[in-house]
Design a protein around this ligand. Structure first.
Ligand SMILES: [Ca+2]
Length: 69
């Protein structure tokens, strides 16, 4: 589980290993995903960010009816 501290929030340090482009854009992505600018990504923020990224790259994503097959 990426949330090493177990508080249901991701810090920048926890987020960076998850982002394949983190070497160049991880901090930028993190700040973009942190919509309430509190320095943590909660599940709602991370989910929205991941969905946006998956949509951009054309990969399958979950729908309202359930996960992608
Ligand atoms: Ca936040």
């Amino acid at each position: 589980m990426a949330d090493k501290s177990g508080d249901a929030k991701l810090t920048l340090a926890e987020y960076l290993p998850l982002d394949v482009q983190a070497k160049h854009h991880g901090e930028e992505h993190f700040k973009g995903a942190d919509t309430d600018h509190n320095g943590f990504l909660d599940l709602k923020e991370f989910g929205a960010h991941a969905e946006a990224k998956l949509g951009k790259t054309g990969q399958k994503k979950a729908t309202a009816d359930g996960p992608a097959q």
